[in-house]
Design a binder for this molecule. Sequence first.
Ligand code: ADP
Length: 603
Amino acid sequence: MKETLTWRQIIAQQWYLTKFCFKKAPGFMAYHLFECIKLQVSIFMEFTWAVNYVLTVVEQGGDFRKVLWCMGILMAAIAVSTVTFAIYKHYVFPRGKQTLYQALRMEIYEKAKEIDLSCYDDKDFYENFILATEETDRCLDRYLAFETSIIARSVGALSSIIYCAYINPAALLVMAVVVPLELLCVAQENKKRVAARLERLPHEQQREYGNRVFYLSDYAGELRLYPQMKDTCREDYAEENHKIEAVNKKYGKQLFAYGLFHDVLLSRIVKEGAVWSLLLYQMLVLRVLSGAQLVTSRSCIWRTSSNIEVIIDSLRTVAENSAYIYRIREFLQMKPTIVSENEKAVPEGSGSLSIDHVDFGYLPGRPVLKDVTFAVEPGQKIALVGYNGSGKTTLVKLLLRLYDPDAGKICYHGEDIKKYQVMSYRRSIGSVFQDFKLYAATLKENVLMDVEDGSRDENYNVEKALYDAHFTLENNRLFYQIETPLTTEFEKDGVNLSGGEAQKVAIARTLYRKQNLIIMDEPSSALDPLAEYRLNQELNEIAKDKTVIFISHRLSTVRDADCIYMMENGRIVESGTHEELLAEDGKYAAMWKIQAGLYSDVC
Ligand code: ADP
């Protein structure tokens, strides 16, 4: 990401967010701007125009009743305006802000869903992603607080400048000299601020990781078993904090110097000194200024200057905020590379699957799969076995088109899977991953996921899928049966499932969908051997007519497969039925011998 943006780019980011906000919440934005401008106009009327009017009438010995009338009308207008402001502040603003937060977050979530999984392996992307999600609300807050206020403050400054030009044009000269200097100073200061934030970011992320380890329940048990990890985390936290402090210190001195020059020397000493000298000289020496004009000129200059100060201050925020908007937009503009080549629909029914000389690596120059070739006929049961890290899960990710091969191709129904519409292809495969996730939702929602069934049989179908996955609904903790929330984090009647129970829910998801091709990556690793054996029997029955690719460490669960592929270091080193592989007496047979006996009681 660029550390600092040119003014052109800053304006482009502002224009983008302005268009976004007006598109998503036009009524709110119009009201917001109206209130900002109205405030400035009423301040000008009350503190500049009215003061000048009253003093002039007094100096010229005018009619006191005219003053009373004028003040009465002004006060009534201000009272009405205070009421509309209260409505805006307490009702319109909080709601409008939430609408915008939600709209921007939805765009980010949509993008997060669409981009390639490989992006998550890329550090730069990940930083952008974190920043985009973390900064959305703050970006909008800053936009609403400062960027729209620039428009209102410009109205305030302009009205004071015009009035001052009418009363005492010479006073404006002081501003013409000091303001460009101030702008220059702010531009430099802003560069430093963004650079500091970006330098702190990786350390803040590391620190946040340490923080998560302490508060996430996933780590709670481990931290008690390995208490020294607490110390390691604490040390890491302290180290990252130290690095953040070093960055703050490095930039702190420079920012302090800019602040001193701008806020003290330029704004206070030079500007204030010049204004008072000029006004007193005009009044006492030249005698061209009346008392009313002196007070009004001073008020105009003060208002112009304070408005310009706020604008300049906001410009700092605007420039910094634009850098974040730029990053969010960079993220939103990312294009997925895993796209369909011609949006074909996946044919109905079972089809053959072929993996043809596939090579793949997550990182360049580090191959994980090498020349993998095999074919699966419709209805066949295939098993992938091998030690940890041999590439089985990676192959499954390629089959699901979460990644594309570096070389070779994968065909389904005789067609390269790149030709199919990506989502419909993925949906045509039922998959259970070993690192599946349950969501903070009801049991039913965790089975349905993104399926919109809505039929009268929906509940029955969900219960049937759970039953087939051997999930016991009679469990007395499930107060609301399939409507029971699957977390105790938000609901006191929720339940936390055991690893085995959770795995059965994940399997039920797949069974619910009734796809013709099912891929199961260690689907029963959290089950005890007896439960696993029984579930496998059930799955064999349910998936009788389906094509199944099964990954398991436990060879007893794959012995009935039509063909077993043994993987090692990303290659298929042996293939055949259980009996053929035992007869071959190779790596599979060796693995089998090690595991033999473990399940003999149940097999
Ligand atoms: P298996 O399922 O056989 O245990 P995997 O397919 O999970 O093996 O992993 C194969 C290799 O790829 C391992 O060396 C693993 O460290 C590596 N790997 C897996 N996922 C990633 C990733 N996202 N980025 C980089 N390397 C990965």
